[in-house]
Design a protein around this ligand. Structure first.
Ligand SMILES: [Fe+2]
Ligand SMILES: [Fe+2]
Length: 256
């Protein structure tokens, strides 16, 4: 066993055993000079300094006393069957903001479902676009469900709200239905992005790091990518025009 200084500036002292373990023994020693024999070959002279006001805890190395510190947490465990047991540092404001976002996602899902139903009509028959909006509708509903799962995970309560009835006709005299529908989708996705950023602000304002991270990792990147993709679709539909060009665009979506 030998004593060695760990850092010349702090004069901390470590005890190194033959088994390879290292233990900081600096607090156990008072200010003194030591001469330590390390065996046959060499002598080691070290100067050791320790603070004289070390507490008992410091001497024993205790930094966390679980049974002492958990007492106040035990007092906070709810006894009512109607109150979440898991809820911790989850503000009412964050809870309502999540419920609002669930409603936003459901509304979008409803609009896309209406567009699917319009595009799938026998006298419209843009099957590729219909498929795109049907899948988009399912995706928005999945977003709502992901938020519902999160609400429950944090101990909040999901409260569903009213959904506004969407349009049923998407014909537009100048643009045609495909371009009009895609421009509508682009505007809605940008609106949802703003709502997500507002939700992120609510999380930050309330110091809810977990919620902020959830929105960033699960929603914001995907939202930015969706806006880029739909913007490209709008640009392409503007190039090809309402008639034959839209048909080809529709076929492209059908084959994807
Ligand atoms: Fe969404
Ligand atoms: Fe979306």
């Amino acid at each position: 066993m030998l004593l060695k200084t760990v850092s010349s500036s702090s004069a901390a002292l470590s005890l190194v055993s033959l088994h390879g373990g290292v233990k900081d023994v600096s607090p156990l020693l008072s200010s003194t000079n030591l001469r330590v024999s390390s065996g046959k070959s060499e002598n080691l002279s070290v100067s050791v300094r320790a603070t004289k006001d070390s507490t008992t805890d410091e001497l024993s190395g205790v930094v966390f006393q679980p049974f002492e510190e958990v007492k106040k947490e035990l007092d906070l465990v709810p006894t009512s069957a109607h109150v979440s047991l898991a809820r911790q540092k989850y503000s009412d404001e964050c809870e309502s903001a999540i419920n609002e976002q669930i409603n936003v996602e459901y509304n979008l899902s409803y609009v896309y479902h209406a567009m699917y139903a319009y595009l799938d009509r026998d006298n419209v028959a843009l099957k590729g676009l219909a498929k795109f909006f049907k899948e988009s509708s399912v995706e928005e509903r999945e977003h709502a469900e992901k938020l519902m799962e999160y609400q429950n995970k944090r101990g909040g309560k999901v409260k569903l709200q009213f959904i506004v009835a969407p349009l049923s006709e998407f014909e537009h005299v100048d643009k045609g239905d495909a371009l009009y529908g895609m421009e509508l989708a682009l505007s809605l996705e940008k609106l949802v992005n703003e709502k997500l950023l507002n939700l992120h602000n609510v999380a930050s304002k309330n110091g809810d790091v977990h919620l902020a991270d959830f929105i960033e990792s699960e929603f914001l990147t995907e939202q930015v990518e969706a806006i880029k993709k739909i913007s490209e679709y709008v640009a392409q539909l503007r190039r090809v025009g309402k008639g034959h060009g839209t048909w080809h665009f529709n076929q492209m979506l059908l084959e994807q």
